[in-house]
Design a protein around this ligand. Structure first.
Ligand SMILES: [Mg+2]
Length: 196
């Protein structure tokens, strides 16, 4: 944990979904193996643009990505370890804002409801903005000061804005970067200024 750990108010914090809350890349690897017979390892995904670093044809990868976006429940995507506890605790204080480049809000909303017991519009507010560059305007509009994200390119889009990115560590973001980073949800929980 870094020494200058921020103390973040719950209302100042928002989260990306895939690679931070939803273990979508693991579902990708599992599906590539079980349904397509491809031998891919999670740790090999050292670039968010995984086609640069793993051996997979475009058609197969497009099909799996489509399933992950449109049917996260059917794909059996697990939550990332520790996410459920922190999110449930946060949701008791106020709805949690989740900002994703996904466009199918209903599909991922159903996943949150079934897998984490968090209802969209009640416990969480899913902002399915459809592209990475649409995240910053939404975050600014809602007064968010910290955003937990796994994609470095998106962190660079926030860089210099009032929104401080926090990198959730994954194999594809371990290179040098100037951002705060967390290794797990315990560290996120420690950054939050919980009310007494
Ligand atoms: Mg992500």
């Amino acid at each position: 944990m870094m020494t200058d750990t921020p103390r973040i108010l719950p209302e100042e914090l928002a989260f990306d979904i895939d690679g931070v809350i939803a273990d979508s890349f693991r579902a990708f690897v599992r599906t590539a193996r079980d349904r397509y017979g491809l031998d891919i390892r999670y740790e090999e995904i050292t670039d968010y643009d995984f086609r640069q670093v793993i051996d997979i044809d475009d058609k197969t990868s497009d099909e799996i990505v489509e399933m992950i976006l449109e049917d996260p429940l059917g794909m059996g995507i697990d939550p990332i370890r520790g996410a459920a506890e922190v999110l449930r605790r946060l949701s008791l204080l106020r709805p949690i804002r989740l900002v994703t480049a996904r466009s199918n809000r209903e599909a991922i909303g159903a996943w949150f409801h079934r897998i984490l017991g968090l209802g969209d519009g009640r416990d969480i507010i899913v902002e399915a903005v459809g592209s990475h560059k649409e995240k910053l305007p939404i975050l600014l509009r809602h007064g968010i000061r910290y955003f937990v994200e796994d994609r470095l390119e998106t962190c660079y889009l926030l860089h210099g804005s009032p929104v401080t990115p926090i990198v959730f560590e994954q194999p594809w973001n371990r290179g040098d970067h100037p951002f705060l980073r967390v290794e797990n949800w315990e560290e996120i929980g420690e950054m939050i200024k919980w009310p007494p």
